[in-house]
Design a protein around this ligand. Structure first.
Ligand code: ADP
Length: 172
């Protein structure tokens, strides 16, 4: 089994341009689009993405869980919508919920036979998670999830140089 950590790459870029089997969306519980990377993904994917979310997931998706749709007009074949926690100080299960986003997204990717998955910095935007803690939790969850899935390679695509530095440090 190849080393899980070596199958994670942190890069600076725009997630919507990734040519991978699936990009992961930092979605909200409604799965109806929003701001930040969610808005960028829906704009790039076209209206079919929202239509599929409404049709397949009328109840949305609880925090910490994930749901898959097609990629529509994206280069990626699929979108895995994961709902990160809003930061409320760290005492309300935020770390477990953030880790679950990565764990559940990888489980869905594996079930669907996908091999390349690109993630954003979930909860690091309007949801307010401290970046260094989010990076530590996210990378640890990715390492753990990849250990049992040697066929999957993960990329974390960071929008800013600051976040790239923080995630690259956490990856080590
Ligand atoms: P959340 O609500 O989970 O905090 P946001 O979308 O507000 O999600 O932010 C998550 C991260 O995604 C932030 O670091 C933000 O800068 C980043 N981001 C926004 N647009 C893009 C994009 N096109 N590609 C990659 N990352 C992006």
């Amino acid at each position: 089994m190849s080393n899980a950590r070596s199958r994670i790459e942190c890069v600076r870029g725009d997630l919507t341009l990734e040519r991978v089997d699936a990009i992961v969306n930092a979605a909200n519980e409604g799965l109806r689009g929003g701001g930040g990377v969610d808005g960028a993904i829906h704009r790039a994917a076209g209206p079919g993405l929202l239509a599929e979310c409404i049709e397949r997931y009328p109840g949305g998706c609880p925090t910490g869980e994930a749901r898959i749709t097609g990629g529509h007009d994206l280069a990626a074949r699929y979108v895995i919508h994961a709902v990160g926690p809003v930061w409320r100080g760290g005492g309300e299960g935020e770390a477990l919920m953030l880790a679950s986003c990565f764990t559940n997204a990888l489980a869905i990717a594996a079930e669907s036979g996908l091999r390349t998955v690109a993630f954003p910095a979930i909860s690091c935007g309007v949801y307010g998670y401290p970046h260094d803690e989010a990076a530590r939790v996210s990378i640890a969850a990715l390492v753990e999830g990849l250990e049992s899935r040697p066929e999957i390679e993960a990329r974390v695509v960071l929008f800013s140089e600051e976040l790239l530095g923080v995630f690259a440090d956490a990856l080590g």
